[in-house]
Design a binder for this molecule. Structure first.
Ligand code: ATP
Length: 257
């Protein structure tokens, strides 16, 4: 198992956002985390990436407990994420945005940077090359020198994924990557997630686009009101009575059937 989530609960004042949620992610799989609005999905991402500590329970990554770690230490361990709302450096170039994502892997300290030692120059060249490779993966090579804010919406979302990939993750958490995308952009996103999986990076995906979820996920965990109500293959989830009930009355785009 890459990630083990063991009986995680989280309350914010009076709001019980998560209650005793447990699940595991196997290496190399795409695991979907779905549920109606307010079910606790993003809160779970925030627990895994140490944005907030859980009220109780434990999360471990490759058998190491993540308890007490800071967000940057989570990144160093090999877990990265994207956010529901785009958080790029809008005025930096596409290439620079990806280079920033790699900074947690740099070993050059202040002095070596100031004196521009040979090793510092080598490291800089390696970061440049790595950013080029990632832009190739996310299909943005031709926009390398464009300013991030001038990209189309779908391209910006792909750049966010590229920036996350630059941290050399073993596990990537994608929070609603298809939100606001048109059909073509969603199809490209499907191909990109498949490509990420083929690079042996494990994927945890929050997504409301059910056709995408059903097509791309190996397994799915369903939350409702902060509790896990189901876990299984897309086919098992599609026909699960409790899941169908949880989704009744939600908007059509969210419909599980
Ligand atoms: P959506 O699909 O709408 O993004 P979600 O499943 O990601 O929803 P969360 O954002 O995790 O749901 O929210 C779960 C519950 O926790 C909600 O009731 C939300 O209002 C509450 N919540 C989340 N973060 C906080 C916070 N920082 N402070 C207070 N309440 C919070």
């Amino acid at each position: 198992m890459v990630l083990n989530v063991n009986k995680i609960s989280k309350n914010f004042g009076g709001i019980q956002a998560l209650t005793d949620v447990s699940f595991s992610i196997k290496e190399g799989e795409v695991l979907g985390l779905i549920g109606p609005n307010g079910a606790g999905k993003t809160t779970m991402f925030n627990m895994i990436t140490a944005m907030f500590p859980p009220s109780s329970g434990e999360i471990s990554f490759k058998d190491d407990s993540l308890t007490g770690l800071k967000p940057h230490q989570i990144t160093e361990k090999g877990i990265c994420r994207t956010f529901q709302n785009i958080r790029l450096f809008a005025d930096m170039t596409v290439h620079e945005n990806v280079m920033v994502g790699n900074h947690c892997r740099l070993t050059t300290g202040v002095w070596r940077s100031v004196f521009r030692t040979k090793s510092q120059k080598q490291e800089e060249a390696a970061v440049n090359r790595k950013a080029d490779e990632i832009l190739e993966i996310v299909g943005l090579s031709e926009f390398k020198d464009s300013i991030a804010k001038n990209l189309s919406y779908g391209q910006q979302r792909r750049l966010e994924i590229g920036r996350a990939l630059a941290s050399d993750p073993q596990l990537i958490l994608l929070d609603e990557p298809a939100a606001g995308m048109n059909e073509k952009e969603t199809k490209d996103l499907f191909d990109l997630i498949k490509k990420i999986q083929s690079l042996n990076i494990t994927v945890l995906l929050i997504e409301h686009d059910m056709p995408l979820v059903m097509k791309i996920c190996d397994r799915i965990v369903v939350l409702n009101f902060g509790k896990k109500i189901a876990e299984g293959t897309p086919e098992e989830i599609r026909t699960n009575k409790e899941v169908i009930e949880a989704y009744l009355g939600v908007e059509e785009e969210d419909d599980i059937a």
